[in-house]
Design a protein around this ligand. Structure first.
Ligand SMILES: *Cc1c(COP(=O)(O)O)cnc(C)c1O
Length: 439
């Protein structure tokens, strides 16, 4: 076995082509589309956005799509579309990015955190019922890091308890669960298309639904210029025409809509190449202990979409208890700048504990609920025990380079015993509140 780089051996990874990770793929066609908007001063119009919405809805296989200036607002509009309001509760996994749920405070409603499954890292259907109370109205399902959640079980629980389901598809645009497209299971779905995501347009979000009333509410929430009889037919909304019911503006800068139209044309084929590359990487490591893949069995008709921010699951016990931080140092020495921990569990952040944003007697999280939902946070053992690490997010199937990365992981995992001496006792939990920042 090759000597570990951290112990003085030769790093496994060298000389990568610069397009291996570059994303999104931007061609002359994207540039021309954006320049057309720029040259005509169409940034604040809606004509291109409406074309994008039509094409996106057709691609998604849904009747209606509404675009927003970002995914956070698209998800907030989805919550409003579902009628979430004062005192209502929505169940969501704690292991996700804050914009899956934090904006619910703007509606006077709150979030209840459920545990995740140890393999899919998505909300555990079995834990949803523990979280249900008299004020529960909806479940927010995140297809975490592109892994589809168990939608058949989740929809059955929702039906049994008369709950609405919102899908946050920000990590998994275009993905499949048992042959059906993600974003088509819930009553309404929304997702980010910001530049760091696999479907990348700059800054944009989009909401899809088959329900005309939910579409009307979603549009009325922040699209004041389209809150009129030409678009909206729901009776009790008519008298509020021309105003945004969320008190905010959600219009998209059309340079992003123009880029989105071009990206949509090539998205599926580009994701198919990503999956081929990522599956090849994990296949090379299938027999290696300690570093379980985070992926689905494609034979069931499910897939990992654009494999957003690819990660693996760390099994410390299979590597003699080697701390993840030491594993991480050894991987870095091999030439891959690995990050560890994934999203920090939201329930551990003070904004979900004592933050008082409404200036009432009670913290925002429980300002209008009948029960202290924070007490349920103590029962998320899988979320709290999970250890995960990033793996390279390959954008192209280039076996000779993918093999170098796989060799690095293999080499480190199989020689974990040689790293044990570097373990230090007081380890803090690694992770991030968000992934994307300017590099
Ligand atoms: C990125 C992201 C969002 C928010 O989208 P923005 O476009 O950044 O506002 C929501 N949910 C998840 C899971 C995300 O990763």
């Amino acid at each position: 076995m090759e000597k570990l780089a951290i112990l003085g051996g030769t790093p496994a990874i060298s000389n990568m082509p610069d397009d291996l990770f570059r994303w999104p793929i931007v061609t002359r066609e994207d540039e021309e589309a954006v320049l057309e908007v720029l040259r005509n001063s169409w940034q604040s119009g809606t004509q291109i956005t409406e074309q994008f919405e039509k094409e996106f809805a057709a691609w998604q296989g849904m009747r209606h799509a509404v675009a927003y200036c970002n995914g956070t607002l698209a998800l907030e509009a989805a919550m409003f579309a579902c009628g979430l309001g004062s005192g209502d509760e929505m169940i969501c996994a704690s292991k996700t990015y804050w914009a899956s749920c934090l904006q619910i405070y703007n509606l006077g409603a709150t979030v209840v955190f459920a545990d995740i499954e140890p393999d899919s890292l998505c909300i555990d259907p079995k834990d949803i019922e523990r979280c249900i109370g008299p004020r529960t109205k909806a479940i927010m399902v995140v297809h975490y890091l592109s892994h589809p959640a168990k939608m058949d079980e989740i929809m059955a629980i929702a039906k049994k308890h008369n709950l609405l389901v919102i899908e946050d598809v920000s990590h998994a645009q275009g993905g499949l669960y048992k042959g059906q497209k993600l974003g088509t299971f819930g009553h309404v779905s929304a997702m980010s298309l910001m530049i760091g995501k696999s479907f990348a347009t700059g800054e944009m979000g989009v909401l899809v639904t088959n329900d005309k009333e939910k579409y009307d509410r979603a549009l009325a929430y922040s699209h004041y210029e389209r809150n009129n009889a030409k678009y909206i037919s729901t009776e009790n909304l008519q008298k509020y025409a021309n105003m945004p019911l969320g008190g905010m503006k959600g219009r998209v800068n059309q340079m992003c809509s123009a880029m989105g139209r071009v990206q949509l044309k090539y998205y599926d084929e580009r994701c198919a190449e990503i999956r081929k590359a990522m599956n090849y990487f994990w296949d090379l490591l299938a027999d290696v202990p300690g570093i379980q893949a985070h992926r689905v069995n494609e034979a069931e008709g499910s897939n990992m979409a654009g494999w957003y921010a690819a990660h693996g699951i760390y099994k410390r016990d299979e590597l003699g208890g080697l701390p993840l931080s030491v594993f991480n140092e050894a991987i870095k020495a091999e030439g891959y700048n690995q990050s560890i921990g994934g999203n920090l569990p939201l329930h551990t952040h003070p904004v979900f504990q004592d933050y008082n944003g409404y200036n009432t007697e009670k913290p925002t999280r429980i300002a209008f609920t009948d029960r202290d939902v924070r007490l349920l946070d103590h029962d998320l053992p899988v979320t709290e025990a999970l250890e995960m690490y990033s793996v390279p997010w390959f954008k192209h199937y280039k076996p000779e380079y993918i093999e170098q990365y796989a060799a690095a992981f293999r080499k480190v995992a199989l020689q974990a015993d040689q790293l044990m001496a570097r373990a230090r006792p007081d380890e803090s939990k690694p992770g991030h509140w968000f992934f994307f920042k300017d590099e």
